[in-house]
Design a protein around this ligand. Structure first.
Ligand SMILES: Cc1cc2nc3c(=O)[nH]c(=O)nc-3n(C[C@H](O)[C@H](O)[C@H](O)COP(=O)(O)OP(=O)(O)OC[C@H]3O[C@@H](n4cnc5c(N)ncnc54)[C@H](O)[C@@H]3O)c2cc1C
Length: 411
């Protein structure tokens, strides 16, 4: 048996998470080996071509709101030139009354200025977005092909080694760090640092080193609808993206006069079946009616051209798991990106690179990233007593020069 090949930094998983982290490490002059079970990048959930990105502005947990703002700014800095910045409109929830002053105050507390989020009443929304509903207009909201972005990030590079068709079945620690084993039980790679960006499979890889992660699959189906040239829907379909109960991209007119409209997506908890379902398309037709408030629209006019089905990986508390696994030095996790692959991979790239290189939290701190946010993302949050243990934050401090400020508003 040949000796395992050694790489100081190995990333397992060449989806958007692994690719963005690998690319950030290359930018920081590191050599990186990325390993994937598939024969090319973005073969799984990141084969998604229509992912939207915007800061979360709802009434979610304050940490989630702060995190999505920071992650959106990082994603915009990374992909702003290649994503489709059509703007995203977020309608007022049906059970809520539009209150401009309250919204302005809320957005101010989130540090979202008018270049990012603007409350609009129904008349203003009609004029700006073509949608006669009140809500918040996110002019910098955009969509990105995760497939294209992942492939772009993994272009040939002299310091990048890509190992395709290589499934890692387990990990084990050894003198110089970690050994990665193939399905036949052979140690094929040794590594100083291992970044696990393998979505749901992070769970079994972690089990191999006695770490339990509360991950579950959530199947989702997106419908790509075709609408005939003179159909009444054409008067109602939006020219911007909408994010509410479900989401849609701007409808696009094709050369033959018909429209293509992408609407999603189902949220099937605990399921991982990748076959397209008629029932999911029916669900998306109803979402389409709700998103543009066109309940009288005949849903049979929305003909399914094709569908995208993917399996999201979601953690018990719905936040991504990003950071050093302090219980197993040299292991880093970037998983549970849920429905925010664009945002969380941009954040994971900066955070994990800072931890791997034990430096440069400056940019993150400048954007408002503080120790409580690090703790909210850290794998350690799932282990009883881990967050209270001095070692968890001791490791953070020793991994981060300068130590993150405790004031979340630090500029
Ligand atoms: C219907 C739907 C709609 C969505 N909409 C949006 C959206 O609008 N905006 C947004 O930002 N996100 C959206 N998402 C989420 C987004 O697609 C995911 O968050 C993202 O693609 C996850 O990327 P990842 O790199 O973590 O995982 P993946 O893309 O699944 O990549 C994991 C990789 O790891 C490899 N791998 C796994 N195990 C091993 C192993 N043991 N050895 C070697 N390789 C391994 C796999 O082959 C795979 O290539 C949506 C998802 C779905 C399903």
């Amino acid at each position: 048996m040949t000796n395992p090949q050694h790489h100081e930094i190995v990333v397992i998983g060449a989806g958007i998470a692994g690719a963005t982290i690998a690319n950030e490490l290359l930018r920081r002059d590191q050599s990186v080996c990325i390993v994937d079970a598939a024969s090319s990048p973005a073969s799984a959930c990141s084969s998604h071509a229509y992912a939207i990105a915007h800061p979360h502005i709802g009434r979610g947990s304050p940490r989630l709101l702060r995190l999505t703002r920071i992650a959106f700014l990082l994603a915009e800095a990374r992909w702003g030139k290649q994503w489709h910045q059509h703007g995203i409109f977020q309608p007022t929830k049906k059970d809520k009354v539009f209150d401009r002053e309250e919204l302005v105050n809320h957005l101010r507390t989130l540090e979202l200025d008018e270049s990012i989020a603007i409350p609009l009443d129904a008349r203003e929304a009609k004029a700006i977005c073509g949608i006669e509903q009140s809500g918040v207009w996110l002019p910098r909201g955009a969509s990105l092909s995760l497939f294209q972005a992942t492939n772009d990030l993994l272009q040939n590079h002299e310091r990048l080694t890509c190992l395709w068709n290589t499934h890692i079945s387990r990990l084990a620690s050894h003198a110089e760090g970690w050994l990665l084993f193939d399905d036949a039980g052979h140690p094929i790679i040794s590594a100083g640092k291992v970044i696990i960006a393998a979505a749901m499979e992070a769970k079994s890889l972690m089990m191999s080193i006695d770490i339990r992660l509360p991950l579950k699959p959530v199947r989702g189906q997106l419908s790509i609808f075709s609408i005939a040239k003179n159909d009444p829907w054409v008067e109602h379909i939006p020219r911007v993206g909408i994010s509410g109960d479900g989401y849609c991209l701007p409808a696009e007119q094709l050369a033959d006069g018909s429209h293509r409209w992408i609407v999603g997506s189902s949220f099937d908890e605990g399921e991982d079946d990748l076959r397209a379902r008629d029932s999911s398309d029916s669900f998306n037709r109803e979402q389409a009616q709700g998103l543009i408030d066109y309940t009288q629209g005949n849903v049979t006019s929305l003909k399914v051209d094709h569908s995208f089905v993917g399996v999201r990986c979601v953690a018990g508390d719905r936040l991504p798991i990003i950071g050093a696994l302090t219980q197993r030095p040299g292991i880093f996790l970037a998983t549970a990106l849920g429905s925010r692959g664009v945002l969380w991979s941009a954040l994971a790239a900066k955070l994990i690179t800072a931890q791997v290189l034990a430096d440069d939290f400056t940019l993150l701190a400048r954007l408002g990233f503080a120790a409580d946010l690090l703790a909210a993302l850290a794998p350690a949050r799932f282990f009883a007593g881990a967050l209270a243990a001095p070692s968890a934050f001791g490791a953070l401090a020793s991994n981060s020069k300068p130590i993150l400020p405790s004031d979340p508003k630090a500029k």
